[in-house]
Write a protein of this length. Sequence first.
Length: 492
Amino acid sequence: MAKSKRRITRGRKKRGDTIKLVVKSNELVEARYMFDVWETRFFLTLIASITKDDADDKVYRIWFKDIKTNFQLKSNQSYHYLREAAISMAGKSVYIGWMNDEFRRGRMHRIIRFVDFLEDGQTGGRIGQQEYVDVSIDKDIKPYLLDIKKKFDPSTTRYTSYDLRNVIKLKPYGTRIYELLKQFEFKGFRTIKVEDLKDMFEITDEYPRFSNFYQKVIKYSIIAINKHTDLNVPLEHIEKIKKGRRVHALRFKIESKSKQEVAILRGDNLEQGVLFPAEEQAATSDEIVMTESDMLFAEFEEVVVRSFGVTPSVFLKMLNSGKFTKAQIEQAISVTRRAKYKQEISKSVPGFFVKSLKEGFTDPQEEQKKKRRDTVAQEKKRLKSELLALQEALSQKINDRIRDVTTQNHEVTQQAIDELRGNPVIATLIQAKEQAKGTALELEDYRKDEQLRAMVISNIVQQQKSQFEDIFEFYNPKIRKVEGELKGISIQ
């Protein structure tokens, strides 16, 4: 589907379209950690909030509404995700390696010193004013974040920086790989050992087969990077360097997209034509074939595998069975999250999730959601039925009035037909129908042809407006009211 053109007015930018700079030390880019999708959003938003003038003890306020805007999230996302991500991050660390003389050592760094959040289960008209978290950065991690922005001097500090908009559509693996490649963009290539990648992502015991690791982590991420960011990493130029029979390292070719390409990518300027010719699009359209289970795995891997700890092979096996829908997975995730938050899981979180999905576990909040969905569905059905009845009644009233008008004045119908014949587009249509019939159309033909009949009626209504005003004054407000209610309930 072609995108509609959008005019950009100089000096005015839409909220979320301004540059939000993410700056990390290269040590942090290459550190050992992996966050799920909401933890990643929280962490990147926090980093983008840091400025060079910040005090060491500054408390950063992360608004849920800003994350929704920055990451272009749908309205059905709730504050619960931000709260859970912030609480989870408060207990996480990153592992950064460093050299001590000729020996390499490692150090664990906490990220968050404290987090202040809105407790679960509260309601009220002003709840939106409380949907934020306040966080303080731990002093040990500041040299890799806050101090970098204060210095921002490539001659003394090694860092990687990029516009947050480049990663808003990426999954956590894709974000990490993008940062690792962005770090070497100036060189145009980067070689990374496979074991180093898996170590950085904390998946050393997962994806024992390289083919699975490459397909699910590398290839999927690179396709997303090429589609959504300012980098282009040709899949056909990813070199698999072997030691013996095993793939030891991957060498990536890194290309920078032009400003024009990035502008078109973001929809900032669509008047400069298609980014890639049709031939190129056709040539790359079959780079990867994603099955339904592949897409579900990609969408929920961060939560199910990274957060809950379900092994990839178990989750893939469940998805490949074809027994579970997206809605069922989302329900199992919601139930598991709440049970985990309330410390109601007596054994293992992975086991609870698997059983929850298989047996369709529910809880009071999930049942309340279902009731709300059912209520909304019933109300939409009622409103659609009411709208249809009003439209049919309006149509019937117009037809009755048309009969009265044409009975009183037989020339009205012929005047409408003559008016239609004077329209070049409609005249062409009439001529085509006459050619098909082999003779000129008569009045009865206009009555029988549904398309022409509708045009004649519309023309009569336009010519005799005063004769129909009372009908429209009665029905149009009712129809607009129901349409407004239907629209309102559809976006809730």
